[in-house]
Design a protein around this ligand. Sequence first.
Ligand code: CP
Length: 395
Amino acid sequence: MLYDFEARLARPTALKIADLERNGRLKHVIFSRQFNRELIDHLCGIASMIQDLAQIPEGREFLGGRLAHLRAMLYFTQPSTRTFLSFMAACQMLGLTCNEIRDPSVSSEYKGESKFDSVRMFSSYFDLIIMRTREPRLAECCAYLMNDLDDFNQRSVPVVNGGSGADEHPTQALLDVYTAQRCFEFTSERDAPRRISFEALRARNPTLKKGLPGKTYCFCGDIGRGRTIRSFVNLLSLYSGVRMIFVSPEHERLRLPEELRARLLQSGVEVQESRDLDKVIEEVDLLYMTRIQHEWDTGDDKTSLKGADLSRYWLTQKLVSRMKEHAVILHPFPRNEEIAVEIDTDPRALYFTQARNGMWIRAALIAYLFDVDGAIMRTHPKLFAERHDYNLGNI
Ligand code: CP
């Protein structure tokens, strides 16, 4: 029966993940746990190729012709800057035409239309629905709705979760892992702090290795309500020898949830909790700062957080000066006071690069969903070989 999702929402994640695939590929993107190591590496590879192609006119023309026959609906009823704009830029790069609903009061939802009827209508006009909602699990339900339509031989399109409630933000996790991968390859000058060569770093720190395994990842701020953290740690837990330090206030809703801690331990992650960033800063390879997400405060939270000293969860220049030379500072943004603007010029502060990476990896994901990733893999070496053949210089 259409719109009857309760039983499906209650299933174990593994069954849900299978339900979001078609012909051995993801059809919908709802959970970060849909990405395995192989798919992450594939998407990161495609993202880097797209990034290269976008630098040259023939590459831009090629990319822009891939999906010019398709249209995307960006249904973002919860505020967003980066996810909305980077998805739009990614669509435009591949030639998709975009439309948007950001304010439901100017759509027929205002007249009482259900969100599910609205989403079904979007699927009548568009080929891809990317959605951000305050309601947890709405994107998941919309994916099941599309599957039901498929079963009834009705028009059905992929649904991509651009952030749902406080539970998941799978494409943010992709851009975070893409950024971390690039940083810990120590090859690209664009991904500072690689302004210092790997060899020079290794000379001063002989235990330093390339790659994500064996690193210490620290998450600081609102751990309990941070959907970006929840999704990113799922991907990091796929790598071996990973240690995670969660730094948050003692508060019940802000600290590491027990269910997440248990899952990480089960995946072989070494988990540590701290109440003070100052105590752990020197051990960290990647620091992931987050703001306190007051938009999720209940009346009780407002009372219990009133007057709390949250400055122990702010990154200061003094703390940064004690960080490892090769460490990386990320933040999903928006930021409040937890990272002072003065830190932005430190070569380890990579949150603007991280945000830009969102455009490349989201373009890679869309290319994959519409099966043009193979064409990108074939064309990238060809265009770049031609450029070198014509001696057009380095790119
Ligand atoms: N990181 C992130 O999701 O940012 P926006 O809320 O601006 O999309």
